[in-house]
Design a protein around this ligand. Structure first.
Ligand code: 6CS
Ligand code: FE
Length: 295
Protein backbone atom coordinates (compact mmCIF):
# COMPACT_ATOMS: atom_id res chain seq x y z
CA UNK A 1 0.00 0.00 0.00
CA UNK A 2 1.37 3.39 -0.99
CA UNK A 3 -0.05 5.06 2.12
CA UNK A 4 2.47 3.14 4.22
CA UNK A 5 5.26 2.96 1.70
CA UNK A 6 5.30 6.75 1.37
CA UNK A 7 4.48 7.47 5.00
CA UNK A 8 5.86 10.80 6.26
CA UNK A 9 5.31 13.30 9.08
CA UNK A 10 5.95 10.95 11.98
CA UNK A 11 7.78 12.13 15.10
CA UNK A 12 11.14 10.93 13.75
CA UNK A 13 12.06 10.80 10.06
CA UNK A 14 12.14 7.29 8.52
CA UNK A 15 14.92 6.25 6.14
CA UNK A 16 14.50 7.17 2.49
CA UNK A 17 12.84 4.80 0.03
CA UNK A 18 13.25 4.01 -3.64
CA UNK A 19 10.58 5.50 -5.86
CA UNK A 20 8.23 2.76 -7.00
CA UNK A 21 6.65 4.45 -10.02
CA UNK A 22 8.27 5.21 -13.36
CA UNK A 23 9.17 8.84 -14.08
CA UNK A 24 7.98 8.69 -17.69
CA UNK A 25 4.89 6.58 -18.33
CA UNK A 26 4.98 6.46 -22.16
CA UNK A 27 7.26 4.55 -24.50
CA UNK A 28 9.19 6.88 -26.74
CA UNK A 29 8.38 6.75 -30.46
CA UNK A 30 9.05 9.20 -33.28
CA UNK A 31 6.36 11.86 -33.17
CA UNK A 32 6.29 11.96 -29.37
CA UNK A 33 6.05 15.49 -27.95
CA UNK A 34 9.58 15.15 -26.52
CA UNK A 35 12.80 14.27 -28.29
CA UNK A 36 14.40 11.06 -27.10
CA UNK A 37 17.19 13.05 -25.40
CA UNK A 38 14.64 15.16 -23.57
CA UNK A 39 12.81 12.07 -22.37
CA UNK A 40 16.04 10.55 -21.05
CA UNK A 41 17.06 13.80 -19.37
CA UNK A 42 13.68 14.12 -17.65
CA UNK A 43 13.96 10.57 -16.37
CA UNK A 44 17.43 11.13 -15.04
CA UNK A 45 17.17 14.67 -13.68
CA UNK A 46 13.47 15.03 -12.93
CA UNK A 47 13.03 18.27 -14.86
CA UNK A 48 13.18 19.78 -18.34
CA UNK A 49 13.51 23.38 -19.46
CA UNK A 50 11.87 24.52 -22.73
CA UNK A 51 13.11 27.94 -23.73
CA UNK A 52 10.81 30.41 -25.53
CA UNK A 53 7.79 28.13 -25.44
CA UNK A 54 5.59 31.22 -25.30
CA UNK A 55 6.16 34.26 -27.51
CA UNK A 56 6.72 37.79 -26.20
CA UNK A 57 3.11 38.65 -27.09
CA UNK A 58 1.74 35.66 -25.28
CA UNK A 59 3.87 36.40 -22.24
CA UNK A 60 2.66 40.01 -22.20
CA UNK A 61 -0.94 38.78 -22.16
CA UNK A 62 -0.28 36.26 -19.37
CA UNK A 63 1.71 38.77 -17.39
CA UNK A 64 -1.07 41.35 -17.81
CA UNK A 65 -3.61 38.85 -16.53
CA UNK A 66 -1.45 38.00 -13.51
CA UNK A 67 -1.17 41.74 -12.70
CA UNK A 68 -4.89 42.26 -13.16
CA UNK A 69 -5.76 39.43 -10.76
CA UNK A 70 -3.39 40.78 -8.15
CA UNK A 71 -4.37 44.43 -8.48
CA UNK A 72 -8.10 43.69 -8.40
CA UNK A 73 -7.89 40.67 -6.14
CA UNK A 74 -10.70 42.15 -4.02
CA UNK A 75 -13.24 41.91 -6.86
CA UNK A 76 -11.85 39.22 -9.12
CA UNK A 77 -10.54 36.56 -6.79
CA UNK A 78 -11.92 34.43 -3.97
CA UNK A 79 -10.14 35.81 -0.86
CA UNK A 80 -9.50 32.25 0.41
CA UNK A 81 -7.21 31.65 -2.56
CA UNK A 82 -4.97 34.67 -1.90
CA UNK A 83 -1.83 34.12 0.20
CA UNK A 84 0.11 37.11 1.52
CA UNK A 85 3.80 37.33 2.26
CA UNK A 86 4.70 36.51 5.89
CA UNK A 87 6.08 40.03 6.41
CA UNK A 88 4.11 42.84 4.85
CA UNK A 89 0.95 42.66 2.83
CA UNK A 90 2.13 41.87 -0.69
CA UNK A 91 0.41 39.05 -2.53
CA UNK A 92 2.63 35.96 -2.43
CA UNK A 93 0.37 33.54 -4.30
CA UNK A 94 -3.06 33.23 -5.85
CA UNK A 95 -4.38 29.67 -6.16
CA UNK A 96 -6.97 28.12 -8.48
CA UNK A 97 -6.01 30.50 -11.26
CA UNK A 98 -7.35 28.15 -13.95
CA UNK A 99 -10.86 28.58 -12.56
CA UNK A 100 -10.70 32.26 -11.69
CA UNK A 101 -9.43 33.50 -15.04
CA UNK A 102 -10.44 32.66 -18.61
CA UNK A 103 -6.87 33.34 -19.77
CA UNK A 104 -5.40 30.76 -17.38
CA UNK A 105 -8.22 28.29 -18.02
CA UNK A 106 -7.24 28.35 -21.69
CA UNK A 107 -3.57 28.11 -20.83
CA UNK A 108 -4.07 24.93 -18.79
CA UNK A 109 -5.43 23.24 -21.92
CA UNK A 110 -2.76 24.70 -24.24
CA UNK A 111 -1.49 21.88 -26.38
CA UNK A 112 2.16 22.83 -25.72
CA UNK A 113 1.63 21.98 -22.06
CA UNK A 114 -1.14 19.42 -22.15
CA UNK A 115 0.49 17.14 -24.75
CA UNK A 116 3.72 16.96 -22.76
CA UNK A 117 1.92 16.37 -19.45
CA UNK A 118 -0.29 13.65 -20.93
CA UNK A 119 2.62 11.96 -22.59
CA UNK A 120 4.87 12.03 -19.50
CA UNK A 121 2.07 10.64 -17.33
CA UNK A 122 0.70 8.22 -19.93
CA UNK A 123 -2.87 9.01 -19.03
CA UNK A 124 -5.59 11.60 -19.25
CA UNK A 125 -4.85 14.44 -16.86
CA UNK A 126 -6.66 17.04 -14.78
CA UNK A 127 -5.40 20.07 -12.87
CA UNK A 128 -4.63 19.12 -9.29
CA UNK A 129 -3.53 22.64 -8.33
CA UNK A 130 -2.70 25.89 -10.08
CA UNK A 131 -1.14 29.00 -8.63
CA UNK A 132 0.61 32.24 -9.40
CA UNK A 133 3.70 32.84 -7.28
CA UNK A 134 4.49 36.54 -7.56
CA UNK A 135 7.77 36.75 -5.62
CA UNK A 136 7.39 40.52 -5.35
CA UNK A 137 10.47 42.76 -5.36
CA UNK A 138 12.07 43.38 -1.92
CA UNK A 139 9.43 41.32 -0.08
CA UNK A 140 9.14 37.98 -1.89
CA UNK A 141 10.28 35.40 0.64
CA UNK A 142 11.96 32.05 0.17
CA UNK A 143 10.36 28.65 -0.33
CA UNK A 144 12.34 26.07 1.69
CA UNK A 145 13.41 22.68 0.30
CA UNK A 146 10.60 20.22 -0.27
CA UNK A 147 9.09 17.61 -2.53
CA UNK A 148 5.56 18.57 -3.59
CA UNK A 149 4.57 14.89 -3.64
CA UNK A 150 5.47 14.59 0.04
CA UNK A 151 2.85 17.25 0.85
CA UNK A 152 0.27 16.06 -1.69
CA UNK A 153 0.57 12.47 -0.49
CA UNK A 154 0.43 13.36 3.21
CA UNK A 155 -2.07 16.19 3.18
CA UNK A 156 -4.16 15.49 0.06
CA UNK A 157 -4.10 11.70 -0.27
CA UNK A 158 -2.41 11.65 -3.67
CA UNK A 159 -1.63 7.92 -4.00
CA UNK A 160 1.45 7.76 -6.22
CA UNK A 161 4.11 9.72 -8.07
CA UNK A 162 2.19 10.33 -11.27
CA UNK A 163 1.89 14.11 -11.41
CA UNK A 164 3.99 16.80 -13.04
CA UNK A 165 4.24 20.56 -12.59
CA UNK A 166 4.60 23.03 -15.44
CA UNK A 167 6.06 26.37 -14.42
CA UNK A 168 5.56 29.14 -16.96
CA UNK A 169 8.02 31.96 -16.37
CA UNK A 170 6.18 35.28 -16.60
CA UNK A 171 9.28 37.34 -15.75
CA UNK A 172 12.91 36.71 -16.54
CA UNK A 173 14.15 34.38 -13.78
CA UNK A 174 17.76 35.37 -13.13
CA UNK A 175 20.42 34.34 -10.67
CA UNK A 176 19.36 37.36 -8.57
CA UNK A 177 15.60 37.26 -8.17
CA UNK A 178 14.95 33.89 -6.54
CA UNK A 179 14.65 31.37 -9.39
CA UNK A 180 13.55 27.80 -8.81
CA UNK A 181 16.44 25.63 -7.56
CA UNK A 182 16.40 21.85 -7.84
CA UNK A 183 18.46 18.85 -6.76
CA UNK A 184 18.68 16.85 -10.00
CA UNK A 185 17.94 13.16 -9.51
CA UNK A 186 16.34 13.61 -6.08
CA UNK A 187 12.97 12.56 -7.55
CA UNK A 188 14.14 8.92 -7.60
CA UNK A 189 13.88 8.51 -3.83
CA UNK A 190 11.25 9.42 -1.28
CA UNK A 191 12.49 11.27 1.79
CA UNK A 192 10.05 11.06 4.70
CA UNK A 193 10.01 14.20 6.85
CA UNK A 194 9.82 14.44 10.63
CA UNK A 195 7.07 16.27 12.50
CA UNK A 196 3.35 15.67 12.78
CA UNK A 197 1.19 17.83 10.52
CA UNK A 198 -0.88 20.38 12.45
CA UNK A 199 -4.58 20.83 11.53
CA UNK A 200 -5.10 23.44 8.82
CA UNK A 201 -1.37 23.35 8.21
CA UNK A 202 -1.77 25.07 4.83
CA UNK A 203 -2.68 28.38 6.45
CA UNK A 204 0.89 28.56 7.68
CA UNK A 205 2.78 26.43 5.15
CA UNK A 206 1.78 28.48 2.11
CA UNK A 207 3.41 31.51 3.70
CA UNK A 208 6.30 29.81 5.46
CA UNK A 209 6.65 26.05 5.34
CA UNK A 210 8.06 24.20 8.37
CA UNK A 211 6.68 20.65 8.09
CA UNK A 212 7.42 18.50 5.06
CA UNK A 213 10.96 19.86 4.88
CA UNK A 214 13.77 17.25 4.87
CA UNK A 215 16.41 17.24 7.55
CA UNK A 216 19.34 19.69 6.97
CA UNK A 217 22.00 16.93 7.17
CA UNK A 218 20.20 14.95 4.52
CA UNK A 219 19.89 18.00 2.27
CA UNK A 220 23.59 18.71 2.73
CA UNK A 221 24.49 15.20 1.67
CA UNK A 222 22.18 15.32 -1.33
CA UNK A 223 23.50 18.71 -2.44
CA UNK A 224 27.07 17.39 -2.18
CA UNK A 225 26.24 14.28 -4.17
CA UNK A 226 23.93 15.63 -6.86
CA UNK A 227 24.58 19.37 -6.84
CA UNK A 228 22.00 22.13 -7.15
CA UNK A 229 20.78 23.69 -10.38
CA UNK A 230 19.16 27.13 -10.64
CA UNK A 231 16.53 27.06 -13.39
CA UNK A 232 17.03 30.52 -14.79
CA UNK A 233 15.47 31.60 -18.05
CA UNK A 234 13.70 34.35 -19.94
CA UNK A 235 10.01 34.99 -19.58
CA UNK A 236 8.18 32.55 -21.83
CA UNK A 237 10.35 29.62 -20.73
CA UNK A 238 8.49 26.56 -19.44
CA UNK A 239 9.92 24.20 -16.83
CA UNK A 240 8.38 20.76 -16.33
CA UNK A 241 9.35 19.08 -13.09
CA UNK A 242 8.43 15.80 -11.49
CA UNK A 243 6.14 15.88 -8.45
CA UNK A 244 8.82 14.32 -6.25
CA UNK A 245 11.80 16.49 -7.22
CA UNK A 246 13.36 18.36 -4.29
CA UNK A 247 13.21 22.09 -4.96
CA UNK A 248 13.35 25.47 -3.21
CA UNK A 249 13.86 29.10 -4.01
CA UNK A 250 15.49 32.03 -2.27
CA UNK A 251 13.84 35.33 -1.41
CA UNK A 252 13.75 38.18 -3.88
CA UNK A 253 15.71 41.14 -2.62
CA UNK A 254 15.84 42.80 -6.05
CA UNK A 255 13.31 45.57 -6.76
CA UNK A 256 11.74 43.56 -9.61
CA UNK A 257 9.18 40.79 -9.24
CA UNK A 258 9.73 37.22 -10.33
CA UNK A 259 6.26 35.92 -11.15
CA UNK A 260 5.73 32.38 -12.33
CA UNK A 261 2.56 30.45 -13.01
CA UNK A 262 2.36 26.81 -11.91
CA UNK A 263 -0.01 24.24 -13.32
CA UNK A 264 0.04 20.82 -11.69
CA UNK A 265 -1.18 18.02 -13.93
CA UNK A 266 -2.16 14.77 -12.23
CA UNK A 267 -2.98 11.47 -13.97
CA UNK A 268 -6.68 10.69 -13.82
CA UNK A 269 -5.79 7.23 -12.47
CA UNK A 270 -3.89 8.91 -9.62
CA UNK A 271 -6.90 10.80 -8.26
CA UNK A 272 -6.88 11.78 -4.61
CA UNK A 273 -8.00 9.55 -1.76
CA UNK A 274 -7.96 10.25 1.96
CA UNK A 275 -5.11 12.27 3.50
CA UNK A 276 -2.77 10.55 5.96
CA UNK A 277 -3.23 10.38 9.72
CA UNK A 278 -6.95 11.19 9.61
CA UNK A 279 -6.25 14.77 8.49
CA UNK A 280 -9.17 16.68 7.02
CA UNK A 281 -8.85 17.09 3.23
CA UNK A 282 -7.50 20.48 2.21
CA UNK A 283 -9.81 22.85 0.34
CA UNK A 284 -10.61 22.43 -3.34
CA UNK A 285 -8.54 25.47 -4.33
CA UNK A 286 -5.38 23.68 -3.13
CA UNK A 287 -6.17 20.11 -4.09
CA UNK A 288 -8.91 19.61 -6.62
CA UNK A 289 -11.31 16.71 -6.31
CA UNK A 290 -13.11 17.45 -9.53
CA UNK A 291 -11.52 14.71 -11.55
CA UNK A 292 -12.44 15.89 -15.03
CA UNK A 293 -9.96 15.23 -17.84
CA UNK A 294 -8.66 18.21 -19.80
CA UNK A 295 -9.47 18.17 -23.51
O1 6CS B 1 1.13 22.81 -0.14
C1 6CS B 1 1.18 22.84 -1.35
O2 6CS B 1 0.45 22.16 -2.06
C2 6CS B 1 2.15 23.77 -1.99
N1 6CS B 1 3.31 24.05 -1.24
C3 6CS B 1 4.48 24.12 -1.75
C4 6CS B 1 5.59 24.66 -0.94
N2 6CS B 1 4.74 23.74 -3.00
C5 6CS B 1 3.72 23.11 -3.79
C6 6CS B 1 2.37 23.53 -3.44
O3 6CS B 1 2.02 24.73 -4.04
FE1 FE C 1 6.79 23.20 -4.44
Amino acid sequence: MNAEYYASRSALAEPSRRRKEPVVWSTWRPGAPLRIGEKLAFEENGYLVFRRRFSANEVARLRGEADRLREHAGELVDPETVVREPEGDSVRSIFETHRQSEVFRELAADIRLLDVARWLLGDDVYIHQSRLNYKPGFEGEAFPWHSDFETWHSEDGMPGMRAVSASILLDDNTACNGPLMVIPGSHLRFFPCAGETPEEHYRESLRRQRYGVPDPDLLTELARTYGIEALTGEAGTVVFFDCNLLHASAGNITPLPRSNLFLVYNALSNRLGDPQDGLRPRPEFLASRRFEPLE
